[in-house]
Design a protein around this ligand. Structure first.
Ligand code: GDP
Length: 598
């Protein structure tokens, strides 16, 4: 298909505004849907996506649409992941497009997530086509949504296409708008091969399949290509398009969206955002926008049963072949034994990996409290990155600690502003801006340390707004903080799994909380056991567990010796799952209980 007749576009929407339903309607209308079954199979691979109603992997699809002008156009729809953890993937998919449909629910109006992705689309200078979906709903309020579009998004209301994905209303208007308003791709004049990799999947049989948008030149089987950010060169084994199933083609040309298979064995061999070029006729520089993906959230993952360590290691390796954004290395912990320090893009990514370990590999695992990555300037001038609180140097050796900050967008009915501001302040956040969205809702923009929203921020927001609040966030750099390392000592010995980096002013409260939790779960010993929270040797909170009086064997005194032996043996067995912290034996289960309760 000639480049003038190609349109590449994407869909931006808040969850539940109808992206999936609308995509299905577009496929149906263009009769691409006959292949739908195959696509279903493709999607089945990711059960988790379905359950959570999010797209983790993008699934592009090519459609042919005969427009009202009588010409048939090739429309490539690039799906984008709907979660901030994957915002780099979103930005790469958007960079492969010339336009985007912005779906807004006619009853709900503009939501926080719509805005964050819209910012990404604007950075790429995409043509934006607003679609107001669900106009069939009785609660649909078109004038309100029009006003929001003009006020918040600065798009003239008359540009919006009204639609009902459910009832099939407005579908042709949307396709016409794509043809007319999304510009065709433009090829670089030198016609050297430049293909942008916007995603990749790992297939057990074919190895790595890279999803590409060809910006200039062409690519076909047998061609030798190279990438800019990984060292190897490759021979192309196959190129093709998504119809929606992967369908082999002779070649991909400028403007096309499709896939490339070279013999790559692991996801790490191709980096998202990299540029593929011809090895002999190389383009002078890569396409702009490439970033090394950095894990933002770290946590230790340990087998509950230490004999599962090797099996867990194998599972980790397999997951990494699929997912280059997931990192891991071995570590050991006094409390939890041998395990792994893992890095994730964000909390959702962390949950996905943990779920996959449990479901696909049947592993019984426990993870430590999530931590972010800190930038540390030492007094000797050296800069280091710390992803594990245990690795933080002594306080005297530290000049400054900087932590990752995010900008959050919170949309909420005005009544809850007071409560939300209190939550934000509590979490060391700062208000940047307040904007009125409509007669009931406002949008708060705040900056806040990432570590503070990692665990329960979203849940708290949802419950204090009775489910009406929505939020999204983007990364906003690093900022110096009053941060200290807090250790937990049991009977004078530090327990590494509980070391954390906390704000100095919050350390005491958190220390007391942890000490009290541990007191609840650690069984009594024959002597008094002190549980202490310390900062650099100074004790800031303390609990103690009183000594156990009774001797378990006492009641057998003079009695049946075999019963006594049995009892001792039972005790010995119980000890197998004990962790020795100094002279105290603590069931591993106790640590797990505390880690689980947060
Ligand atoms: P996504 O999360 O953006 O992919 O949203 P879905 O396509 O899964 O739609 C979310 C819900 O809205 C589903 O229950 C759909 O049936 C419903 N929905 C989608 N489009 C329409 C529409 O035009 N009208 C109505 N009434 N419901 C719709």
């Amino acid at each position: 298909m000639s480049i003038e007749l190609t349109r590449n576009f994407s869909i931006i929407a808040h969850i539940d505004h109808g992206k999936t339903t609308l995509s299905d309607r577009l496929l149906e209308f263009t009769q691409t849907i006959s292949q739908r079954e195959q696509q279903d199979q493709l999607l089945d691979a990711m059960d988790l996506e379905r359950e959570r109603g999010i797209t983790i992997k993008s699934h592009p699809v090519s459609m042919y649409y005969k427009a009202k002008d009588g010409i048939t156009y090739q429309l490539n729809l690039l799906d984008t992941p709907g979660h901030v953890d994957f915002s780099y993937e979103v930005s790469r998919s958007l960079a492969a497009c010339e336009g985007a449909l912005l779906i807004v629910d006619a009853a709900q109006g503009v939501e926080a997530q719509t805005l964050a992705n819209l910012h990404l689309a604007n950075e790429q200078d995409l043509a934006i086509i607003p679609v107001i979906n669900k106009i069939d709903l009785p609660s649909c309020d078109l004038p309100k949504v029009h006003k929001q579009l003009e006020d918040i998004i600065c798009i003239p209301a008359e540009e919006a296409v009204p639609a009902s994905a459910k009832n099939g209303i407005g579908i042709e208007d949307i396709l016409e708008a794509v043809v007319k308003r999304v510009p065709p791709p433009v090829e670089n004049e030198d016609k050297l091969l430049r293909a942008s990799v916007f995603d990749s999947i790992y297939d057990n049989f074919r190895g790595v399949v890279s999803y590409v948008r060809v910006m200039s030149g062409s690519m076909k089987r047998g061609q030798r290509v190279k990438l800019f950010h990984t060292p190897n060169t490759y021979e192309i084994k196959e190129v093709g398009a998504f119809t929606p199933a992967m369908t082999k083609r002779d070649q991909l040309v400028a403007g096309d969206v499709g896939y490339v298979i070279c013999n790559m064995k692991s996801a790490a061999e191709v980096k998202i955002g990299d540029t593929i070029t011809d090895n002999t006729h190389q383009c002078p520089e890569p396409l702009p926008g490439f970033k090394e993906i950095q894990p933002m959230v770290f946590s230790g993952i340990y087998p509950v049963d230490s004999s599962d360590f090797e099996a867990l290691k194998v599972a980790m390796g397999k997951l990494q072949i699929n997912d280059a954004a997931f990192t891991w290395q071995s570590e050991s912990s006094v409390a939890l034994g041998f395990g792994f320090r893992c890095g994730f893009l964000g909390l959702l990514h962390m949950e996905i990996i943990q779920e996959r370990l449990r479901r696909e590999f049947d592993m019984d695992i426990i993870s430590t409290y999530p931590s972010v990555i800190y930038e540390v300037t030492q007094t000797d001038g050296e800069e280091i990155l710390v992803d594990n609180p245990c690795m933080l140097p002594e306080a005297q050796a530290i000049q400054e600690i900087r932590e990752p900050i995010v900008r959050i967008y919170v949309m909420t009915p005005g009544d809850y502003i007071g409560d939300i501001m209190k939550l934000v302040m509590d979490k060391r956040g700062e208000l940047e801006n307040t904007e009125t969205i409509d007669d009931v809702r406002v949008m708060l923009t705040c900056t806040i340390p990432l570590s503070e929203i990692l665990v329960d921020f979203n849940d708290k927001l949802k419950s204090m707004t009775r489910g009406y609040g929505s939020m999204d966030y983007e990364h906003a750099g690093y900022k110096a903080g009053k941060l200290v390392k807090m250790d937990i000592m049991i009977a004078g010995e530090p327990v590494d799994a509980f070391s954390t980096i906390v704000d100095r002013d919050k350390a005491e409260a958190y220390g007391r909380h942890l000490a009290a939790k541990l007191k609840e779960v650690i069984p009594q010993q024959l002597f008094v056991v002190a549980i202490q929270a310390c900062i650099g040797g100074k004790i800031i909170a303390r609990e103690s567990i009183s000594a156990m009086r009774k001797n378990v064997t006492a009641k057998c005194y003079g009695g049946d010796i075999s019963r006594k032996r049995k009892l001792l043996e039972k005790q010995k067995k119980g000890k197998a799952k004990m962790k020795a912290i100094g002279k105290v034996n603590i069931p591993q289960d106790s640590f797990i209980k505390v880690l689980k309760s947060g």
